[in-house]
Every structure is written in structure tokens, then in C-alpha cells.
Design a protein around this ligand. Structure first.
Ligand code: ATP
Length: 452
């Protein structure tokens, strides 16, 4: 082996270790600090499920709120929806999911382990285990979880847990038009649970069997679809950049026609630079054409076309869909914000996402006036920052700072002896560790400016 090859091998080896380490560190931190626990851990775990702990719930809510704010609340052309998870069985026939929501399945004939045939890395890893590998033919495997509505388990009552929320939007398209004043172009957004019986799960929150998904279906005139497709690609990329994802770790990738889903005319993926695979899908942005509305019109026998009140033109709109899993986005934000040096571990989360915005400490815990003043500040700020605040009076002050750094708290307030004299406190910045003295009377304004 030449030196060059050894050098390249070492390079990959080094980076693989670094990458694996980062995932291990994130998984361990999430468990230790109450972000994410393995699902059903008490019973040995249930593959592909994870439970959000106290901090994980806050982080997920902040991600969803930021998405909702940017997609719905800050715009005049998008409304929200919260449809049921169970839909009429015909929905899934019409949408093409019964026939085509499949992944290619391949089984090892020796140990009967099953894989996704298009996950080449897993396949070649497995081939190293057996001397003479034998695979079955590739078969399509439908990813939808089956269930029965009502007390009779027969074909007629069989439906599926939704694998995405989009169909709930399409089947309410006419309801929204008839009950609101939306006009094309407009969107309907929804955040909700989706279920996919993935052939293999893994990489923590990246591929799971139950997850929340944030989806926008944006309805446009067919001839403007291309323009809006480009618009949403930019919007969505900017959303991640504004929330702190490093520019070098995210990019748009146009998907080739042969690789796109049955309903899509065009598809782009927002790729994140995952430590376990390099650049890969974080979010999908798809031009679905009029596929869904025309299928539902056909299967339901209803006219789902849109009537332009001004021009009296009647047509089936095209749909542009950005769609992302809350957990997959959360994993990207966690990985991207992780920082460590000799002294401390920090999640440099954007203040809007940080689960705890501010922590308040009395310098010493046995000095009653300090504790009282700190408690008063805490109570006052708690209302102003929607409860996302912590009070800590354990151990020494340095440890308290590091403990907050590790969960991404942007600011720590310390009440010290000077505070009793001049009614000021120190405010420490998580990223620079610099402290400034601020008047207690100005605290709330100053912090809300920094945070929001
Ligand atoms: P993949 O190719 O990774 O299986 P997909 O192309 O099937 O994903 P979409 O149907 O486009 O994914 O789903 C939209 C988004 O939902 C994805 O970009 C991802 O953020 C999220 N998502 C999809 N499947 C999962 C899953 N099993 N676990 C977590 N998130 C998921």
C-alpha cells in the first residue's frame, strides 16, 4: 500500500471516528439532560421510536413555532389546518399510497435480515458478514401501518395510519375555499404525526417509524408553478440559515426525474451534511402538479377545481410542497450547534430555539437577600419569556454556567453582593462567556431584545 493510500485511509478513518463521536455525544447528551429518551425503554425499547423529555419537548415546540410563524402567521396567503390522523380508506387508494408508497425490500437468505435495497452502504456492510452471500429478489414493501376502524377487522374497515399529513390537506381543499376568503395563490399548512413502517431505522432521529411532520401545500396557477417552486426552495433554505445552520452544512439538490416520487413533477431536497452519511435529505420540496386534487376528484366523484371569481376561469391548481420532519430538523439543529473545548460543552442553539432562554442564579445560596432577589427576578421574567427560564442554586457558579451551556441557554443572570447595593446584575453570554452589568429595571427589555 502506498503512503498516499494510507494517508487517504487515515483521513477517512479519522473523519468517521469524529463523525461517529459527534452522534454518540449528541445521543448521550440528549439522554442525560432530558432532551430525548429511547421509546419504551422500560421494556427494552421499541425500534424506531423516541420519546421527547422535558427539554426535547420545549425544543420541538420552538422549532414548530418558528416554522408556523414563518409559514402561516407572518404571511397573509397561508392558513393552518389540523386534520385527523385516520382517513377514509379510499384516500389512500386515490393518493396512490396503497399501490406505490413502497421501498425496495431485500432479504439475506442466510440470516433473514431485511434491508432497503437502495441503501447500498448497509448492503455492502452486511455482505462482509457472510462468506457466500445470497439475497432474495427485490420486492416492494408498503410502508403504511395498517389498522381497522371499528370492531370488525375486515378489508372494508381497513385503513392506514397516515405516513404524511398532505392528504388531510387535499381532502379539505374545498372546505377551506368555501369557509375562508383565500384566493390562489394560497397555502394550507399542517403539523402532525406521521407513521412509516420503515424497513430499517437508525441514526437516532433521522429515520424513525413515528414522527411529526411539518407540511405546506401551496396552491398556484399551473403556469406559475415553476416560479413558486423556485420561491419556496429559497424560502426554506433561508429559514434554516436564519436559525443558525452553518451555510457550509446545508444545500439544495435537484433530484433527477428517474428518482422522484410517483406524484411529483419536480423535486428538490434540502441536504444537510450529516456526520453519519455526508450530505443527505433534511427536507423535500416538490412540485406535485395537480396529481392529488385530480386523483381525489376522480375517486370521490366531486369537482375539486378552483373557480377564479375575477376571471371566472376554472382549473385544478398545481401544488408546491415543502415538507420536513420535526425530529430530522431537530437532529440537524442539535448537531450543527454542538461545540466543545477543554472546559465546556455548548449547544450554540439560536436563542429562538433554545429550550431555556435564561437562567437565574444567586451567587451564594446561603445568603438570604441574594436568594430572595434572584427569586424575584426569576418570577418577574418567567411571565415575560413564556416560562422558558431556569433557577439554579446548586454547586458553584462555574458549574451552573457549564450546566446551562450544555443545554444551550443563551443567557445566565447572576445576583451578587453588588446587586444588593446598586440593583444591577451580571448577564453572561453563552457563546462569548462575557459578562455585562445590567440594571434590574432594564433586564426584561434588554433580554427580550437579545432573544427575539
Ligand atoms: P427518505 O428518502 O429519507 O426515506 P422520503 O423521501 O421518503 O425520505 P418524504 O416522503 O419526502 O421523505 O418526507 C418528507 C420529510 O419527512 C423528509 O424530508 C424528512 O424530513 C421527514 N421524514 C420522512 N421519513 C422520515 C422518517 N422515517 N423518520 C424521520 N423523518 C422522516
Amino acid at each position: 500500500m502506498s503512503y498516499a493510500v494510507i494517508a487517504i485511509d487515515n483521513f477517512f478513518c479519522y473523519h468517521t471516528i469524529m463523525a461517529d463521536n459527534l452522534m454518540e455525544k449528541i445521543v448521550a447528551l440528549c439522554k442525560r439532560r432530558g432532551f430525548i429518551y429511547p421509546g419504551s425503554e422500560t421494556y427494552g425499547g421499541l425500534n424506531g421510536t423516541w420519546d421527547l423529555g422535558p427539554l426535547g419537548t420545549l425544543l420541538a415546540n420552538n422549532i414548530k413555532n418558528e416554522w408556523w410563524r414563518s409559514i402561516v402567521l407572518s404571511r397573509d396567503d397561508v392558513v393552518g389546518l389540523d386534520s385527523s390522523i385516520l382517513y377514509h380508506p379510499k384516500v389512500w387508494k386515490a393518493s396512490g399510497h396503497v399501490a406505490s408508497f413502497t421501498d425496495p425490500l431485500i432479504e439475506c437468505k442466510i440470516c433473514h435480515e431485511r434491508f432497503r435495497a437502495d441503501h447500498k452502504k448497509d448492503i455492502s456492510e452486511h455482505e462482509k458478514m457472510h462468506d457466500k452471500q445470497k439475497w432474495t429478489e427485490i420486492k416492494p414493501f408498503n410502508l403504511m401501518f395498517k389498522t381497522y376502524v371499528g370492531p370488525i377487522d375486515n378489508e372494508e374497515n381497513k385503513t392506514y395510519l397516515r405516513p404524511e399529513t398532505a392528504q388531510g390537506i387535499f381532502i379539505n381543499f374545498q372546505n377551506v375555499i368555501n369557509s375562508t376568503r383565500v384566493k390562489i395563490p394560497f397555502g394550507i399548512a399542517q403539523i402532525g404525526k406521521g407513521f412509516r413502517n420503515e424497513i430499517t431505522t437508525g441514526n437516532f432521529l433521522f429515520r424513525v417509524r413515528e414522527f411529526e411532520i411539518m407540511e405546506l401545500e401551496y396552491f398556484v396557477k399551473p403556469e406559475t408553478a415553476e416560479e413558486w417552486y423556485e420561491y419556496w426552495k429559497k424560502e426554506r433554505l433561508n429559514w434554516y440559515l436564519k436559525l443558525g445552520i452553518k451555510k457550509s452544512n446545508i444545500k439544495l439538490a435537484e433530484i433527477q426525474k428517474k428518482d422522484i416520487a410517483h406524484y411529483a413533477r419536480k423535486a428538490t431536497e434540502l441536504w444537510y451534511n450529516w456526520p453519519f452519511m455526508g450530505f443527505g435529505e433534511l427536507e423535500g420540496i416538490v412540485n406535485r402538479g395537480d396529481y392529488d386534487l385530480s386523483q381525489h376528484a376522480k375517486y370521490s366523484g366531486r369537482d375539486l377545481s378552483y373557480l377564479d371569481q375575477d376571471t371566472k376561469e376554472k382549473y385544478l391548481p398545481y401544488v408546491i410542497e415543502p415538507s420536513v420532519g420535526v425530529g430530522r430538523a431537530m437532529l440537524a439543529f442539535l448537531l450543527d450547534s454542538y461545540y466543545e473545548d477543554e472546559k465546556r460543552v455548548v449547544l450554540k442553539l439560536h436563542p429562538k430555539l433554545a429550550p431555556i432562554k435564561v437562567a437565574v442564579f444567586p451567587l451564594l445560596t446561603n445568603k438570604l437577600p441574594l436568594v430572595k432577589m434572584a427569586k424575584d427576578i426569576y418570577d418577574n421574567l418567567k411571565v415575560k419569556i413564556n416560562g422558558m427560564i431556569a433557577f439554579d442554586d446548586r454547586g458553584n457558579i462555574g458549574k451552573r454556567y457549564y450546566s446551562q451551556d450544555e443545554i444551550g441557554t443563551p443567557f445566565c443572570i447572576t445576583v451578587d453582593f453588588q446587586s444588593l447595593e446598586d440593583k444591577t446584575v451580571t448577564v453572561r453570554d453563552r457563546d462569548t462567556t462575557k459578562q455585562e452589568r445590567i440594571k434590574i429595571d432594564n433586564l426584561s427589555l434588554c433580554l427580550t431584545n437579545k432573544l427575539y
